[in-house]
Design a protein around this ligand. Structure first.
Ligand SMILES: O=C(O)CCC(=O)C(=O)O
Length: 299
């Protein structure tokens, strides 16, 4: 991890130590209720936009059970490009200050998504490590989750294996093709050992790009929306096969969220696996994982 030489802005030393040991953090009630209400109003707009749609597009990923008359959105893609308020939130100190405390002052955006996980049918995300999808030259990459709803045992909380961010990048292939999922039993991992990240609406979770995580179907009568803003130290550069889309340094630098860009990638001794070959159907994590034909969660 990058050496930190600055005064903490918002986290405590105990928070940083906890994150370094466990690979995740939950910061309760960090966002004002009005901000969460604004996010939910935006989400209602996305649900309405899905009415009449026949298939997923580059803005909305639809549940398998979606119909044009009964719209069911699984994921809002890149919400910071579709909602000005979600872009402003991403650039606010509410999100960036804890990230700076963990990875330093120079931060680039990797991607963003809003996993809707609606009441009664919201789809699972199989066990995986984000770094398997986007290997970089160092591992100062993380995801900040903004909880739009109260997250409890029942509505599909994000589950993590504490400390697994210090272990290897596990096999995410199936039949020789990148499948974006880990076969937990084959790796000797018991899902009962995973920790559920539960907290009231307006709380923030942070998880390290190497931590093993996943979440079950939301079978409860309560929604579980989470916006994930995925970010990295400015000196983390993608390695062959990373889903990071960047065709020039200029474009890469447009992703700066704070601090200064660099032309000098920092090389750290981190485990890496290249996510090649890609499956034919490569439109979303849900489809890639489904193609594997195995799932850690009942569908
Ligand atoms: O929404 C979730 O619970 C899982 C998020 C995640 O790991 C992903 O979308 O890659």
């Amino acid at each position: 991890m990058q050496a930190r030489t600055r005064v903490l802005e918002t986290l405590t030393e105990a928070d940083v130590a906890f994150y370094n040991t466990n690979g995740y953090l939950v910061l309760e009630r960090r966002l004002p209720p009005e901000t969460i209400a604004e996010c939910k109003a935006e989400l209602a707009r996305f649900h309405e936009a899905a009415r009449g749609m026949r298939e997923s597009d580059d803005k909305l990923d639809l549940e398998d059970s979606h119909t044009p008359d009964e719209p069911r959105v699984r994921r809002v893609k890149l919400p910071h490009t579709q909602s000005a308020m979600m872009a402003d939130l991403m650039r606010s100190d509410l999100i960036l200050a804890p990230v700076r405390d963990l990875v330093g002052p120079d931060i680039r955006l990797h991607t963003s998504k809003l996993n809707v996980k609606s009441a009664r049918y919201g789809a699972p995300v199989d066990w995986h490590q984000d770094f398997a999808f986007y290997p970089h030259t160092n591992d100062d990459l993380l995801a900040v989750g903004v909880m739009l709803d109260h997250v409890d045992d029942e509505n599909g909380p994000l589950m993590v294996f504490p400390g697994s961010h210090r272990g290897p990048i596990l096999n995410h292939h199936s039949d020789g093709v990148f499948a974006g999922t880990i076969d937990l039993p084959a790796e000797g991992l018991d899902p009962a050992q995973a920790t559920k990240l539960k907290a009231p609406a307006g709380s923030i979770s942070i998880h390290h790009a190497r931590i093993i995580h996943g979440s079950d179907t939301n079978r409860s009568p309560r929604d579980r929306g989470v916006i994930f803003y995925e970010m990295m130290a400015a000196d983390a550069f993608p390695i062959l096969g990373s889903i990071t889309k960047s065709d020039s340094l200029d474009e890469y630098d447009t992703r700066m969220l704070c601090g200064s860009p660099t032309k000098e990638p920092r090389l750290a001794p981190v485990p890496v696996r290249v996510p090649y070959p890609l499956p034919e159907l490569n439109r979303s994590i849900y489809e890639v994982q489904k193609a594997a034909g195995r799932s850690g969660f009942a569908r």
